[in-house]
Design a protein around this ligand. Structure first.
Ligand SMILES: *Cc1c(COP(=O)(O)O)cnc(C)c1O
Length: 380
């Protein structure tokens, strides 16, 4: 604030050695173990830039889960590619067998979304992609700080994308990041997010512009917030995991209730506790009964219109102010007629409880008792 330099590039003299975005990038590389981090303006920008810089373009197919956030579908469509939805399994993200069945000669990438704090089957999906010569890109927007067998999520694919928006575990207010071990991809992402500047000149005016870009820069102000947040990440994860453990213990042994499958519980960021009830009717009943009993933060995603495919008619209609290349294809893209019965069967029975940092141990125990009472009544 004192230097007046709020932009991440240039103004080398006035900034007096302060490079907040660079500092956050280095810290995020250190945290994740990635060779490179590029911070950008949002998670949406991160996914879009990752797809474009990985070479996903017009006519390519990208396999992704139907339980995700609209940003992933938007990014695929605005890259000119066709989203192909593959069923999810009890991890609440991509089922490797369904991904394999969805591969066609046009498949360019698999976009794995680690939903609600926990991971997909990253090892199996990475091996599958390698076997088929397809790129794996990870959307880690909802699982920053998560890992699988000690390796940070986002490091199993060619590129890992993060969101630091206001509702994510680690927030900059708005912001995002892309990690990779591939220097060529990093250089491309770094240039793409800043009008194609290669950032190799002795000053900004001396940069070359090897590629067409746009502006998805993160500001110094946002990065300063992110750095402060990053210092609290382990504390936040520990609190979320404690809340998860206490609530899981409270629900243990309820007949018919099963928890979401978590490939490596130690790497779960525990932003949510997700579980399945035996039927859609029971899940719907619980989604009404829990708030009525005073439990807020209960999500029934099946009816949600920005996290589950079922309510996304604007994608199917390609209702865009831009003339998307997909709209000019002679055949209707496959995603407009995709039925996903296995995903419906899971999502219609899924409930997720938000785990809040501000809860005291006492609050969590009280919530656990209410949760058990209400669900036990329904399941009796
Ligand atoms: C939040 C989110 C994004 C987009 O991030 P923004 O920073 O809000 O643009 C992308 N994917 C998933 C899974 C998200 O939850």
């Amino acid at each position: 604030m004192e230097t007046g330099v709020l932009m991440r590039y240039g103004f080398d003299g006035p900034r007096q050695g302060r490079w907040k975005v660079r500092e956050l990038e280095n810290a995020w590389s250190a945290r994740t173990g990635a060779a490179y981090t590029h911070c950008c303006s949002s998670g949406t920008a991160a996914v879009w830039a990752a797809l474009i810089c990985a070479g996903v373009g017009a006519g390519d197919e990208v396999i992704l889960p139907p339980f995700t956030f609209v940003a992933d579908v938007e990014a695929v469509l605005y890259a000119g590619a066709i989203p192909v939805f593959a069923d999810i399994d009890a991890t609440l993200t991509l089922d490797p067998a369904a991904v394999e069945a969805a591969i066609t000669p046009r498949t360019k990438a698999v976009l794995l979304v680690h939903m609600c704090g926990s991971m997909g089957r990253v090892d199996l999906l990475a091996a599958l992609c390698q076997r088929h010569g397809i790129l794996l890109i990870e959307d880690v927007a909802q699982a920053a700080g998560g890992s699988y067998q000690g390796r940070a999520l986002g490091r199993f694919g060619a590129l890992g994308c993060f969101s630091f928006d206001y509702v994510k575990t680690l927030t900059c207010g708005e912001g995002g990041a892309i990690i990779t071990d591939d220097e060529r991809l990093y250089r491309l992402v770094d240039a793409f997010c800043d009008h194609g500047h290669d950032h190799l000149g002795k000053d900004r005016g001396a940069d070359l512009h090897p590629v067409l870009g746009l502006n998805f820069r993160l500001s110094e102000l946002h990065a300063a917030v992110g750095l402060a947040q990053l210092g609290k990440l382990d504390l936040m994860l520990a609190r979320q995991r404690r809340a998860r453990d206490l609530l899981m213990a409270a629900l243990a042994g309820l007949p018919g209730l099963t928890f979401r499958e978590i490939p490596d519980p130690a790497g779960d960021t525990a932003t949510f506790l997700s579980f399945f009830l035996p039927t859609e009717d029971l899940a719907r009943a619980a989604s009404r009964a829990l708030p009525a009993a005073g439990l807020d933060g209960c999500f029934y995603w099946y009816d949600n219109n920005w996290h589950y495919l079922r309510k996304w008619d604007h994608f199917r209609a390609l209702a865009s102010p831009s003339r998307l290349p997909q709209a000019t294809l002679p055949e209707t893209p496959a995603f407009t007629r995709q039925a996903l019965p296995a995903s419906d069967a899971l999502m219609s029975r899924t409930l997720s409880l938000l785990l809040k940092l501000s809860w005291s141990e006492e609050t969590i125990l009280a919530r656990g008792a209410t949760l058990r009472r209400v669900l036990a009544e329904l399941l009796a």
